[in-house]
Design a protein around this ligand. Sequence first.
Ligand code: CU
Length: 435
Amino acid sequence: MKFIIIIVIVLVIIAAAQLMKVYELSSRLRNKDEADVTPAETKFNAGMLLLFYIALMISSTWLFFHYGARPGLGASASEYGVDIDFLYDVNWLIILIVFYITQSLLFLFAFKYQQKKGRKAVFFAHSTKLELLWTIIPAVVLAGIIIGGLSVWNKITTPKENATVIEIYAQQFGWTVRYAGEDNTLGNSDFKVIHETTNPLGVVTTKLINAKEKAWTREIDSLTVYLDENGDLTPDATVDEIEDKIERLGRQIRRLDPLRKSQTAETNAAATDDVIVKELHLVKGVDYEFKFRSRDVIHSALFPHFRAQMNCVPGMTTRFSFKPIITTAEMRAMPDVAKQYKEISENRVAEGREPVEFDYLLLCNKICGSSHYNMQIKIVVETQEEFDVWYAKQSESKTFEMLAGLGTTVANEESIDTNVAAIDTVNVITEPVAQ
Ligand SMILES: [Cu+2]
């Protein structure tokens, strides 16, 4: 169907071009200048402009009332979102007023002042009054918009005291969430100790640094012993490979030193209770401060229902704060959301698919690679009681220490080492990119 439409459009364009050519040729045959326009033609053009104006006004007004200013987004689920919606509405109002005035003047004047015999254009070079008018009015309006925007932006980017800290970590193509634990302080992190499964955010503690160093030293020792014993029988290429690996492990160990120096008892304690999960749960009515990092490229964390967005930039931490004011359950019960999801679900069921329910989402809003479209996680906004139940379950198994194999369930130092060594045999730390 699409293909047929494209072919029809192309044929219409070709036909129009041919007609123009025929018209040009016939004008030349009739010895008539193409620039000469008859009164009938002028009248026709003016009528068509008027018709276009009416169609434009009807269709744009219909679109506006049919879709509204924020199609499909529902009420703002965050406190600052209400301010942002207000700014957005003010902007829309200004745009619409200007749109209706300027378009009406443009088309109605073109119709009213169409060319007529004996009509002469007025020569009008300058009017200081008009210049002032159309400079000062837009300047005042724009200044108002900017001042309103800045004051809301300052509120969003200045965290409230006692805001709960949460880290949102972006990588191709997913999000990881880190809760700061009881102390509400995130532990240090560094890309040098990132491990895909056991330490995806590169959280640092002295215990982890020591375990890594021991595991890597042991690996160097065993490789050295292997070379001493079997070096003569091993092909040169393999020997080179092993020597490279020993050198690389040595470099990795040396790079741990500055990390070790910046660790204190406080930063160790801050990291130990951090909880790392793949879903974002928030409590209604609590102020949150979000800190964003990225592992690879620039991503952008978009919370459409909360009217919030922030870039996640490799090598730096960006932040903003908001307070959720509508729980997921309350949002699902809102008439327009319920109606929208009922329709979607009915269509899905008709196609033999599962029905869906409304969920808040965290999306990536920077085209960051081939699976960018699928970079999203669910956000659940719930009551304090519901959150406590969920969080207690997460902190049973998903604290940083447990994920990294350094948990208190491990009986002694030796088994921690074996644990980390076992983890490191599948180590994915690659040579860090020069920064
Ligand atoms: Cu992304």
